[in-house]
Design a protein around this ligand. Structure first.
Ligand code: ZN
Length: 496
């Protein structure tokens, strides 16, 4: 999680959307689409949603060189698109999740997790071109017409509630919390829209004088990454597997083949790949969890920037989201997030008058946590997706008007849930500067392949917890036809 407050999750995103007309022609693709409004309306919608997307994903990478690089690359591609006169904004999100998406009106996002996978600039250009294709073909606009807009006013309880009652708890909690703001705008294209975006991506690659087969080769990389994520999730970790690229971009089985065929149809195609240009940007980039979002370390969550840590009891899987850390247990959730009081006051007053002013709290009492912080605990009936459930709440006094929240939610709160809530609260503590400094992220480093190096010898240098060989191969395209070539550089993951 980042410094965001819960209330941001509930921010209204699309409330201002005015429905004006019903059928129009997309600039790219050319077909009549069922869409509301004009390209100008798209721009307005994108501009309103952009800050929310940044918040939902924990912001941009905060590296001016990388951001400039992607903005320049993206601009080159949109200049050869059907909407060259619109300003596009290209953002690299500080997220380890492999994802890329676009908002209507020219807002395109790639995660650093996705960038790490690309073998060269042409592959990154391919996926950016694909997202530009969604914009120029106005897929977002046509999707709004289907009415999947998110209603405003959902807090964390509401979002979890939907998933909880819906019965597909884990996957949806992560997915929905991660994507709440962009829901109606960035989720789930149709298969035919994916084909069209791939086709447009190939077109822009070709027009910008890149190797047009890079679209297909990067789709292959995304597939490999998806498989690696599934393998990792099979071991124990669920985060990462949650809202990757193919959650918002259905992976029709023949996308790679189609994109390859499309590329081979292009007359006079170039072979420009610009491998070094991309690798320079990736050298030193944070890989995996970042200090700004905090680290999930088994049952423990530690955040060096916010300087705090706590531990969830066994049985909960931790899912780190920008606005909260969700523990998914057996038919129950344990949530950590933060709030700030409007008025000065103790935890009890804060809980009763501000944080949970609208709930009918019962059994409220105060206590001191095992680490010596003032706290209040209370319980309430809550509505989860329109069905009754129970929740227990703890507010812990932070500095000034800051408060830390733990919430346990279940159909019925029994002794086990009470114990879990107290155990989590009791484990909560602030980190010293020295302790925070110890929490260092993994980073990508380039190494030059030496004669005699093998996949195994290089994989041994990977500072990853599990599947180092698979990780190394996926990061370097070695499971999709590339070979280790002495003198060439490859990406490895190091600590610190
Ligand atoms: Zn797509």
């Amino acid at each position: 999680m980042s410094r965001l407050k819960t209330t941001l999750i509930a921010a209204a995103l699309v409330g201002a959307l005015v429905i004006t007309s019903a059928c129009t022609t997309a600039p790219a693709g050319g077909g009549r689409i069922l869409a509301f409004g004009s390209v100008e309306d798209d721009v307005r919608i994108g501009r309103e949603a952009h800050p929310q997307i940044l918040q939902q994903y924990g912001g941009s990478v905060g590296d001016p060189a990388v951001e400039r690089y992607v903005q320049t690359l993206g601009t080159q591609l949109k200049d050869v698109s059907e909407l060259p006169d619109i300003d596009f904004t290209f953002t690299v999100l500080d997220s380890e999740v492999v994802n890329a998406f676009a908002l209507p009106g020219g807002f395109v996002y790639v995660t650093r997790g996705l960038m790490a996978l690309a073998e060269d600039e042409a592959e990154l250009a391919g996926v950016i071109g694909h997202e530009i294709g969604h914009v120029t073909a106005r897929h977002g606009a046509s999707r709004q017409a289907t009415g999947t807009l998110l209603t405003a006013g959902l807090g964390i309880l509401g979002v979890i509630g939907g998933a909880y009652v819906g019965g597909q708890a884990g996957a949806e909690v992560g997915g929905q919390l991660g994507q709440t703001a962009g829901y109606g705008l960035t989720m789930s294209y149709s298969r035919s829209q994916e084909y069209e975006a791939d086709r447009l991506g190939v077109r822009y690659l070709h027009r910008a004088a890149y190797d047009p087969t890079a679209m297909a080769t990067f789709l292959e990389a995304l597939e490999q990454s998806s498989q690696l994520q599934a393998q990792l999730a099979g071991v124990s970790v669920e985060r990462g597997a949650i809202d990757h690229f193919f959650a918002s971009h259905p992976n029709a089985p023949d996308r790679v083949a189609r994109a390859m065929a499309e590329a081979h149809d292009k007359p006079g195609a170039q072979t420009r790949r610009n491998r070094d240009a991309l690798l320079e940007q990736l050298d030193g980039m944070v890989y995996g969890q970042s200090p700004e979002q905090g680290f999930v370390l088994g049952q423990r969550f530690a955040h060096p920037v916010l300087r705090l840590e706590f531990e969830y009891p066994e049985g909960y899987t931790l899912i780190n989201q920008p606005a909260a850390v969700i523990g998914r247990g057996d038919n129950r959730f344990l949530v950590f997030d933060m709030g700030r009081a409007e008025n000065a006051g103790d935890p009890r007053r804060y809980m009763e008058r501000e944080w949970l002013a609208e709930a009918s709290l019962r059994d409220v009492s105060t206590f001191r946590t095992a680490t010596g912080q003032d706290a209040a605990i209370g319980f309430a009936q809550v509505q989860l997706g329109g069905r009754p459930a129970q929740a227990g709440f703890v507010a812990i006094q932070g500095e000034g008007r800051d408060f830390y929240h733990f919430t346990v939610i279940a159909g019925q709160i029994g002794q086990a849930e009470r114990n879990h809530l107290r155990a989590a609260a009791d484990s909560f503590r602030r980190l010293s500067t020295a302790e925070a400094a110890e929490l260092r992220p993994q980073r990508l480093r380039l190494v030059t392949v030496q004669p005699g190096d093998t996949i195994d010898s290089l994989a041994r240098q990977m500072a990853v917890d599990r599947l180092p060989r698979e990780h190394f191969m996926t990061l370097n395209g070695l499971n999709r036809g590339r070979d280790l070539v002495p003198g060439e550089r490859v990406k490895i993951v190091v600590r610190g």
